[in-house]
Ligand binder design. Sequence first.
Ligand code: GLC
Ligand code: CA
Length: 544
Amino acid sequence: MRWWQNAVVYQIYPRSFNDSNGDGIGDLPGIIERLDYLEDLGIDAIWLSPVYQSPNDDNGYDISDYQAIHPEFGTMEDMDQLIKEADRRNIKIIMDLVVNHTSDEHQWFIEARKGKDNNYRDYYIWRDPADDGGPPNDLKSTFSGSAWEYDEKSGQYYLHLFSKKQPDLNWENKNVRKAVYDMMNFWLDKGVGGFRMDVIDLIGKKPDEKITGNGPKLHDYLQEMHQETLKDKDVMTVGETWGATPETAKLYSDPFREELSMVFQFEHMQLDEQPGATKWDLKELDLTELKSVLSKWQTELGNQGWNSLFWNNHDLPRIVSRFGNDTDYRVESAKLFAILLHLMKGTPYIYQGEEIGMTNRKIESIDEVDDIESINMYNERLDEGYTKEELIRAINVKGRDNARTPMQWDDTHEAGFTTGKPWLPIQPNYEQINVEAALEDKNSIFYTYQKLIRLRKENPIVVWGEYELVLPEHNTVFAYKRHYKNKTWLVLANVSRNETSLELPDEAQAGNIIVSNYDRDTIDLAKIALQPFEAIVVELKYSS
Ligand code: GLC
Ligand code: CA
């Protein structure tokens, strides 16, 4: 067994976690101040969103120096201190590795831009204009508009699958690969616990053939990376792969292939958008689809891969507002989604604030938005004739700022996040929803997360048990079993605001209640009645 197989990872978005010096921006010393809190929660590792030198066009995902800390976050000494202080609490630091692209202010790109003969020119992807002088082809940027930007000086275009300040690296160039591996080794030598690899499925791209994800050389590069950096190190790696299927996930995470520990797949996070459209084209979630997608991932990887389990990150809206209910049943539904996910097989990830049920951010106008993706989409779609109202609605539902509002620590000035003025406004509900209040209330969402983490440590069934979906057709109840040796646990979750009764096709008796989100100490399996957003895990007893 590898350490990350019964681990729980906590993601920190540093800008919004904790500000130690009153400039309104979270920072590394601020994280160190809160390590005791994370230790109390029980997590094993922190995935740290980027803290490197960056002009912040995409909040740090545009890196201008991989081996320097952005001064707004602190210094390299602070970083070393964080690694050390976390280690004292048995917490590993997972760095965000953003190597599909750099910032246009990275030294490599500054050089590359100097001209066609520059030694760094080929670190990036340059093409001549099409015959009409326009971009080489119609590849689109994830952040709207063409993926090609014209460079006056050389009369060529460069590729940027994200913003034009995020030029794509040319992974076909072996000097690029070598430079990335050296940089990774720099961080490994500092004792980090691994890497989360940003949009890693794009590095094998073939832009002329309009192939972006899953390019032909992708797995060769990852195997080479493994040999040059990760091999023989007891670290974990998780690739961000938006297009992954169980088949491709095995290519990344089959231990015999020596690539990554696991990937983030996003199929379950795309079920509330219209098929074939974009994330902004909204659709109601159909629970049976969510059940079938997650169950497929639970069963299909087998021993040839490992799942990551998540509802949230810094790019996604808050789960309690998204699939749950952030008004009448906020506490119940937040706990329900926690229970559903943390009883599955794989490595769970908690995104900061999820453990206290933080909610989405409501905006009324585009002036309130910080995120480049939302702003670019808004401008592009306004030109295409969409109304302001529908665009603001889409941003309220799906925009990335939803998850990026500062962490709510207590009910004092700016929720205890900063003594100054936060870079993004604090949510108005901080007086009720905050860490201090959660710690004081034994029935809070926080303690459900703490308990779920402990269950994973103490019960091999949670880590290794076989997964079986129950009642696949039921459209409000998500139910599944885990089987391990002679044990069976049943997870039941009523994902709706209505009471539900149901019958289980099972001859089992209820044993111990393992965890639940209502005050309940028994359940009659012959006639189950579930409260709104009730979730319960019960051990099953079979008389034989
Ligand atoms: C990933 C990151 C996202 C970023 C993008 C470009 O999807 O999670 O925040 O904007 O890559 O680096
Ligand atoms: Ca600060």
